[in-house]
Design a protein. Structure first.
Length: 200
C-alpha cells in the first residue's frame, strides 16, 4: 500500500523531492518551505490526497508564505556568517545591519507574522547592540568592512559615513606607522564565495 502511494506521488508531473533535515543543515526547514511555490503546491495537494490528509487551507498557505518572507533574512544571514566562503570579519556588521533592515521592512508589509518580524528585529538589535553604537565598540568591525570593495560605505546610513571614514583612516595610519610582522596574503582576504545574491 505504501509503495503504491509513493509511486502515485512520484508520478505527479510536478513532483519535487525535499531536502531532509539533518543536524548540520541549519536552514533545512527554510529550504523546504522555499520550494512551496505555486508549481510545487500542486504536488503538495496530491500528497495530501494520497495520504488521506486534510489539505492546507488558503489561509494556512498564506501564513506559510509570510513566514518564509520574514525568516528568509535570518536564513540568508546564517548561511553567510557560518559558510566557508563568507566567514570573515568584513562580513559581520554589513550582514547584521542588512538583516535588521530586511526585518524592519517586512514587519510593515505582513499581517499574520508581523509579531514574529518585530520580535526578530528587536532580538537582532539586542543581541548585536554593540554593532549599532557607531563608537569604539563597533569601530574595528566598521573599519574592516569599509576597506572591502564589496561593501565600502554603502551599508551605512548617510549620517554615519563620515564617522566610518574617520575610523578607517585612523586604522590605516596606525597600520602604516608600524612594521608588519608577516606578509599580506596574495588574495587580500577577499571572500571566495561563488554564489551571487541580492541580500545586500
Amino acid at each position: 500500500m505504501q509503495e503504491a502511494q509513493n509511486q502515485q506521488i512520484q508520478s505527479s508531473p510536478s513532483y519535487t523531492s525535499l531536502r531532509t533535515p539533518v543536524a548540520t543543515r541549519w536552514n533545512a526547514t527554510m529550504m523546504q518551505l522555499n520550494v512551496l511555490d505555486s508549481h510545487v503546491r500542486d504536488t503538495l495537494t496530491c500528497i495530501m490526497d494520497v495520504l488521506k490528509l486534510t489539505r492546507l487551507t488558503k489561509l494556512e498557505m498564506e501564513i506559510l508564505d509570510k513566514y518564509v518572507q520574514v525568516m528568509n533574512p535570518i536564513a540568508q544571514a546564517l548561511d553567510k556568517l557560518q559558510g566557508e566562503g563568507d566567514c570573515f570579519l568584513v562580513n559581520l556588521i554589513p550582514t547584521i545591519h542588512q538583516t535588521y533592515k530586511h526585518l524592519l521592512h517586512v514587519s510593515g508589509c505582513v499581517n499574520h507574522t508581523k509579531q514574529l518580524a518585530v520580535g526578530l528585529s528587536d532580538a537582532v538589535k539586542s543581541r548585536f547592540a554593540y554593532l549599532f553604537t557607531y563608537n569604539a565598540d563597533s569601530a574595528v568591525y566598521a573599519a574592516a568592512s569599509v576597506c572591502h570593495p564589496k561593501f565600502k560605505l554603502r551599508w551605512l546610513p548617510e549620517d554615519k559615513r563620515q564617522w566610518a571614514k574617520d575610523i578607517f583612516l585612523e586604522a590605516a595610519i596606525s597600520y602604516a606607522n608600524t612594521k608588519p610582522t608577516s606578509a599580506i596574503p596574495a588574495d587580500g582576504g577577499v571572500t571566495s564565495s561563488a554564489v551571487k545574491d541580492n541580500f545586500f
